[in-house]
Design a protein around this ligand. Structure first.
Ligand SMILES: C[S@@+](CC[C@H](N)C(=O)[O-])C[C@H]1O[C@@H](n2cnc3c(N)ncnc32)[C@H](O)[C@@H]1O
Length: 253
């Protein structure tokens, strides 16, 4: 963990200030986004998120979450990048949900509902997930994916920005998955603390901490006596070479 920490030693001006080691990882994402946005604007193709929904509607097996994840992963590997947690880090997320025994889970950043499906599929029967997504179009697609997966029962998807919606929540969480815009990780974590929404022993699972060089966030959870924090090195979603990692922090207060 120390050697990784030493490499994350530049001040972060998120969301677009990046760690040198993951520069190529971000560059390749930017390149794919530019091409996709050009093709969409010139009406050569639909937005990629709508293409994914079409494929899920056409090919997924109803009430089979794995069949939906498989379609989304195949699209991201073969066609163009999708900002889901991906298949490899997705397994880490599922394991963390199970190991934590979490009953009340909060997810910041939903996109197409990929990670929501992984979380909901790993939940105990008496547990629930609240997800917050700022983009209405993405939220609508995610809702349909989750419904096709047959996982809507224990799910509440709220549309709006995290900073506005967090203040409206009441029931403290024992697991928080942070995966929205990278410059908001630390401020939203602090907001969860001050609003009393973190239970003692809550797990905070933060994605992309290397890819986007989230130094401020990492410094906070690693040096605060309120957390015990662990780094897990991984590859970036849908990449075989670009580094990334997740940070799992346990709230001790
Ligand atoms: C990386 S994607 C989430 C991916 C998703 N967790 C998964 O693994 O399948 C980030 C999402 O966060 C959303 N977002 C960004 N800022 C937000 C905010 N302040 N509140 C809620 N959602 C936000 C974006 O619209 C985007 O859909």
């Amino acid at each position: 963990m120390n050697s990784t920490k030493n490499k994350l030693n530049k001040k972060s001006k998120m969301p677009f200030n990046i760690n040198r080691k993951s520069f190529l990882g971000v560059l390749s994402l930017a390149y794919q986004e530019i091409i996709d946005s050009f093709l969409t604007k010139t009406k050569i193709k639909k937005p990629k998120e709508e293409e994914v929904l079409d494929l899920v509607r056409l090919k997924a097996t109803k009430n089979d979450p794995k069949s939906i994840l498989k379609i989304i992963d195949a699209y991201a590997y073969r066609k163009t990048f999708l900002m889901n947690i991906g298949d490899q880090k997705g397994l880490l997320l599922e394991q963390a949900i199970k190991d934590s025994n979490a009953k009340n889970i909060l997810e910041l950043g939903v996109y197409l509902g990929y990670s929501s499906i992984r979380i909901l599929n790993s939940l105990r029967e008496d547990s629930k997930l609240t997800s917050i997504e700022a983009n209405e179009k993405f939220a609508r697609i995610a809702k349909e994916h989750i419904s096709i997966a047959g996982l809507s029962k224990n799910h509440d998807l709220k549309i709006g920005t995290s900073s506005n919606l967090i203040t409206e929540l009441n029931d403290p969480f024992d697991f928080v998955f942070i995966d929205h815009w990278k410059d908001l990780y630390l401020s939203d974590l602090k907001l969860l603390e001050t609003t009393g929404l973190l239970k003692k022993g809550a797990w905070i699972f933060a994605d992309n901490v290397v890819l986007f060089n989230l130094e401020d966030y990492l410094d906070y959870v690693r040096t605060s006596s309120d957390y015990s924090s662990k780094f897990i090195p991984t590859l970036r979603e849908y990449s075989k070479s670009h580094p990334d990692g997740v940070e799992i922090s346990i709230y001790k207060l």
